[in-house]
Design a protein around this ligand. Structure first.
Ligand SMILES: Cc1cc2nc3c(=O)[nH]c(=O)nc-3n(C[C@H](O)[C@H](O)[C@H](O)COP(=O)(O)O)c2cc1C
Length: 132
């Protein structure tokens, strides 16, 4: 990390502007939930809409479970659930379903956003397929 980049990230406005550009223009889907036990969606980018068919404005307040269905591997979801409870990170793949119920392989990483030691949100980076 360069000194100039560190300076940018230390100012709230600069960091926010940078993160907004990254999230809005990422080729990967970005999904953010709050830190509550249900994990309610608070942000989804345009790539999330492209991947799943769900309009971000329609799914705010819902949970990412809307992507799951009969073919979703419950062992994988249990592993994710354990990672969330322990405040750790998760990486894996599972069958998910688009808005029109088309199944696809979701490959995703979930990471905690921490301010000090407190988890304030969870962020997922997602793409279709079985390899990164
Ligand atoms: C940020 C974030 C993104 C998630 N993205 C997905 C996803 O893309 N697909 C999926 O099947 N589950 C996803 N989940 C998992 C579910 O929201 C939920 O945490 C999981 O099903 C475990 O809870 P449950 O055992 O109550 O179902 C995500 C969770 C978080 C926190």
């Amino acid at each position: 990390m360069s000194a100039k980049f560190e300076k940018l990230m230390n100012g709230a406005d600069g960091a926010l502007a940078l993160l907004q550009v990254l999230a809005e223009n990422s080729f990967d889907s970005v999904l953010i939930t709050d830190a509550s036990a249900e994990g309610k969606i608070i942000y989804a980018n345009k790539s999330f809409k492209k991947l799943t068919g769900h309009d971000p404005t329609e799914i705010i307040g819902m949970t990412p479970r809307i992507l799951q269905g009969p073919g979703t591997d419950s062992t994988m979801i249990a592993r994710l659930s354990d990672a969330l409870k322990s405040g750790g990170k998760f990486e894996g793949k599972a069958i998910n379903y688009k808005k029109d119920d088309t199944p696809f392989i979701m490959y995703w990483r979930v990471l905690p956003i921490k301010v000090g030691k407190t988890i304030t949100a969870w962020v997922a980076i997602q793409r279709e397929g079985s390899v990164i």
